[in-house]
Design a protein around this ligand. Sequence first.
Ligand SMILES: NC(=O)c1ccc[n+]([C@@H]2O[C@H](COP(=O)([O-])OP(=O)(O)OC[C@H]3O[C@@H](n4cnc5c(N)ncnc54)[C@H](OP(=O)(O)O)[C@@H]3O)[C@@H](O)[C@H]2O)c1
Length: 269
Amino acid sequence: MGEQVAILGTGVMGETLLSGLLRAGWTPQDVVITERRPERAAELAEKYGVAVLENVEAAGRAQTVVLVVKPQDIGSLLAEIRPAVQPEALVVCIAAGITTSFVEDRLPSGVAVIRAMPNTPALVDEGMSAISPGSHCDERHLARARAMLQATGKVVEVPEYHQDAITAISGSGPAYIFYVVEAMIEAGVLLGLPRATSTELVVQTLYGAATMLKETGEHPTVLREQVSSPAGTTMAALRQLDDHKVRAAFLTAMEAARDRSQQLSSGHA
Ligand SMILES: NC(=O)c1ccc[n+]([C@@H]2O[C@H](COP(=O)([O-])OP(=O)(O)OC[C@H]3O[C@@H](n4cnc5c(N)ncnc54)[C@H](OP(=O)(O)O)[C@@H]3O)[C@@H](O)[C@H]2O)c1
């Protein structure tokens, strides 16, 4: 790996990235982290064996600087590290709704910036990240960001104007799936199954269906038709989902998430 990565702000997502990098073969010497609360810093240093530095020192020594603080903390973090960031460094910003131009405007001119949107399955190395280059990036910067984020799952490159849609689909996506799982577990309980049994059935069904999608490469419509015999039980259920406009609700829900992401990007809380 050779090049050093600095993770600035090691909360939920920062720790996910840190642990993924170490599992993927980065050594503790390849990564430095920063953290505001001393007790959390000590816990992370002990658990992962990485150096915990101040933001300025970490940003000054790393070739790749990853900003993983909350969107409202990005401005002050950039003001702090601006004098320290190396001219040839790559800055990857993982904060929802923060544009590459916002970051570029607050760094020395010419510093390469990439915006990235990961999701929480990165915790189990099954994440989905989308990266978008800012105006000073070349292929080598993109390759660096890709290599880093691939430590926790898949990575796609998209133009930045798609980032609000990405936030709505894969960024927030795990929550919609958990919501469906909750509803199916409740349905099992309604039908008289013990809660533990219902949970086991639903979780394994989700895992099996996701694995089929991934391994067969078949379109979901084809896989659904395989379970939908004429006048059968599945069709009786699907008819109810159609009657309740569940597909339309998904479309509207994700439009709302996209709109909310746009609002947050334009600074409306
Ligand atoms: N969680 C997700 O699913 C997800 C998905 C995609 C993107 N993201 C993005 O990832 C970013 C981080 O989210 P998170 O869920 O990991 O939040 P989080 O758990 O609050 O982590 C942020 C960490 O950064 C620390 N921090 C804040 N300002 C700092 C500073 N100036 N210097 C050093 N450390 C600082 C915070 O310390 P304190 O605890 O003291 O405040 C906290 O430990 C957000 O911008 C979010 O949009 C998250």
